[in-house]
Write a protein that binds this ligand. Structure first.
Ligand code: FEO
Ligand code: CA
Ligand code: CA
Ligand code: CA
Length: 683
């Protein structure tokens, strides 16, 4: 079943043309994957999507493909529905850092009965592992820092008998335990005799929770939007919430992305438009943390702050502004345990999924891409004002480098046009939107535009998408790929046509684009459509089979070799509500963008002729999503995360199934995948 916190309510009431209808127009006007084959060839040769804009490429590349640099060296796995992880023959998989694993001697050992304290959780791994990155120490593939998002919690698994609320009030200790189970963990890990373990009591081990003080930077810092009793000058906020996908920077910092933060608050008064646009509950927050307010142990409104209903004379007398400190990309320096996390507000405020930077070029700005995961929401990019200086790679003041590139720049939102081109629309005061008015006239200065990023994007005519999830950038071509997980709210009124009759889009797809050098224009196409194998051709447009059918693509990444890894989160809408979910647990697939045959020129890049090159590498345990991926520099260790399993793990060996009839307290975990012979993953 889905335990997702994803906001399923359509908040976008703009009349912007939906992406579905644009796609359909585009597909009817041109071959969607016209150039797809050329594009894949171009990726393999470093030429990029730019090389395949003309229809000629598909034909001309056919007979002249160079030998592929890479080939997948495993057989595609069959479907699986067990309380175990499944990996290809010759691979091993071990559990690392399941929730509640002590990072130091301040925490008691994990208690299988759920009796650990909030203090234990503050010094242990959190729950619901999600985005992740491996930072090598001195370039090592045997020792490094693993940064792990802890997106949300399973309240039933966290407490001995689930959450309580006597007389409607959450006990302070329970609320603190939940708050401490969220956030980010920095884990110092080391490989000894082939097995990875956490280096307990390392100075690098660190937790950020939904209560850790963090700094605000960029246009929103010190504005009237974020002045609170905790931070009257608007420079800080406590905590990071619902950190889903992630990114990292070229200069060695971690980016953690705040996704479904809005639901943690409540505002029972008439809500301002920026709150309506993100969906703030009016009755109670998701975890009812605000009900613990008034407990004698409460410190500086630690619980009261989740009730943002204005009650006082001004913003320093109540917590009306607390929510404005959430919704950002947060930069963390994993190598400096004394550093503070910094919310980079210039990168926009929405339900951030991941964040991926574009191909680096010395002397050029850096682009950072981030999707807004909700139905009919948008795709954004932030382009730095500063131009890339490779000398910044070696600097030890990493957060100062972050300030240089991430605090000043331009936030754009994407408009996909039907002719296969697109435009990045700048969200700045001077941009003209509806009725000829500027964003400045409608919203005010840049801080106000950022606070209501979705509203600003509506105003300039961005293209509503089918729930943007992660982004990934091909290491050589710079092509950007983005998962669109699913959108079951797509119906006749939101847009459809005969060329792409995927109403009630339960399967999702992957879009990609290539930015022009001017930062403002791009070309796009569809890389693959998710589908069950048995679906009719109009749905199963990529010709998927039992060996690679997938739906709800979510996690996405390229390794350094150019293999693309696709992870799924397909427990949709509260159950196994699509055919793929009824056929298999969530999974991870691999594909190497290379010269695949597309003889018709009308199919998606992955099509009926070449679909065998999209292979299922991993299947997770029952009801869990597969998310987060990180590689060591030698590509011999792959880390991924299992989130919200229901009856796993049973042993340290992630592939051992929980015996029938046995019930374990479920633990989201990192899974470490290696080849038994010590070789590189995937090839
Ligand atoms: Fe937390 Fe968009 O998945
Ligand atoms: Ca999820
Ligand atoms: Ca996700
Ligand atoms: Ca998801």
């Amino acid at each position: 079943m889905s335990q997702s916190t994803t906001d399923l309510v359509v908040r976008n009431s703009s009349n912007n043309e939906p992406f579905s209808s644009i796609l359909n127009k585009s597909m009817s006007r041109r071959a969607v994957m016209r150039g797809g084959l050329g594009a894949i060839l171009a990726v393999a040769t470093g030429g990029g999507l730019a090389a395949c804009g003309s229809g000629d490429d598909a034909e001309s590349s056919g007979g002249n493909d160079p030998a592929p640099k890479l080939a997948l060296g495993f057989q595609s796995l069959p479907v699986s529905m067990t309380d175990a992880c499944v990996v290809p023959a010759g691979y091993v998989a071990h559990v690392l850092g399941p929730w509640g694993t002590p990072l130091d001697d301040n925490a008691a050992a994990w208690d299988p009965n759920g009796n650990n304290t909030s203090h234990d959780l503050l010094h242990s791994t959190g729950m619901h592992h999600d985005g992740m990155h491996y930072f090598p120490i001195d370039g090592s593939s045997a020792e490094g820092l693993l940064a792990v998002n802890h997106e949300y919690i399973d309240e039933v698994a966290l407490h001995p008998s689930g959450p309580t609320a006597p007389n409607g009030k959450r006990p302070a200790e329970e609320a603190r335990k939940e708050i401490n189970a969220h956030g980010v963990a920095i884990l110092h890990i080391r490989k000894t005799s082939g097995r990875w373990n956490i280096v307990k009591n390392s100075r690098y081990n660190r937790r950020f929770t939904s209560a850790t003080p963090m700094s605000l930077a960029g246009p929103v810092r010190a504005s009237d939007w974020v002045k609170t009793p905790f931070s009257p000058n608007g420079s800080q906020v406590r905590g990071t919430n619902n950190n889903c996908g992630n990114g990292h920077t070229p200069w060695g910092t971690y980016l953690t992305c705040e996704e479904n933060w809005a639901a943690c608050f409540k505002n029972s008064a008439e809500q301002p438009r920026e709150q309506k646009r993100v969906g703030v509950p009016s009755a109670s927050g998701r975890y009812k943390w605000e009900t613990a307010a008034g407990d004698p142990s409460e410190v500086n409104g630690e619980f009261a702050r989740f009730d943002i209903t204005p009650t006082g004379a001004d913003a320093l007398q109540d917590w009306r502004n607390e929510i404005n400190g959430f919704g950002y990309i947060v930069e963390i320096d994993p190598f400096d345990p004394s550093s503070i996390a910094i919310k980079r507000t210039a990168m926009g405020r929405f339900a951030h999924e991941g964040c991926a930077f574009g191909k680096l070029e010395a002397g050029k700005p850096i682009s950072f891409y981030s999707g807004d995961d909700s139905r009919f929401e948008y795709i954004y990019k932030f382009v730095s004002e500063a131009v890339w200086d490779p000398a910044d790679l070696g600097r030890s003041d990493r957060l100062a480098v972050g300030a240089k590139y991430l605090d000043k720049g331009t936030l754009y939102v994407a408009r996909f046009d039907a002719d296969g081109t697109g435009v990045w629309l700048p969200l700045v005061e001077s941009t003209i939107g509806k009725e000829g008015r500027t964003l400045g006239a409608e919203f005010g200065s840049l801080d106000a535009i950022i606070i209501n990023t979705r509203g600003a994007a509506d105003f300039v005519g961005a293209t509503p998408m089918d729930r943007p999830e992660w982004t990934a950038v091909h290491p050589e071509s710079g092509d950007v790929y983005l998962t669109l997980t699913n959108n079951t709210a797509r119906n006749q009124s939101t847009g459809t046509n005969a060329a792409n009759p995927r109403l009630n889009n339960v399967n999702g797809h992957i879009v990609r684009w290539h930015d022009e050098g001017n930062q403002r224009n791009f070309r796009w196409d569809i890389f693959v459509f998710g589908s069950e194998a048995q679906a009719e051709a109009g749905v199963n447009r990529s010709g998927l089979t039992a060996l690679n059918q997938f739906a709800s693509p979510d996690g996405l990444g390229f390794d350094s070799r150019g293999i693309m890894w696709i992870q799924t989160d397909n427990g949709i809408d509260g159950g196994r509500n699509n055919a793929v979910a009824r056929a298999t647990n969530d999974q991870m697939l691999a594909v190497i963008p290379k010269a695949l045959a597309d003889s018709s020129g009308t199919g998606p890049v992955v099509n009926g002729d070449n679909q065998g090159d999209l292979r299922r590498f991993f299947v997770g345990p029952n009801e869990a999503e597969v998310t987060g991926l990180a590689f060591t520099p030698d590509n011999k260790t792959l880390f991924l995360n299992i989130q919200h399993p229901v009856n796993w793990p049973y042993t340290d060996d992630a592939t051992v199934a929980t015996p029938t009839g046995t019930k374990v307290r479920p633990r989201s975990s990192t899974v470490v995948i290696q080849r038994a012979d010590g070789g590189a993953i995937g090839v």
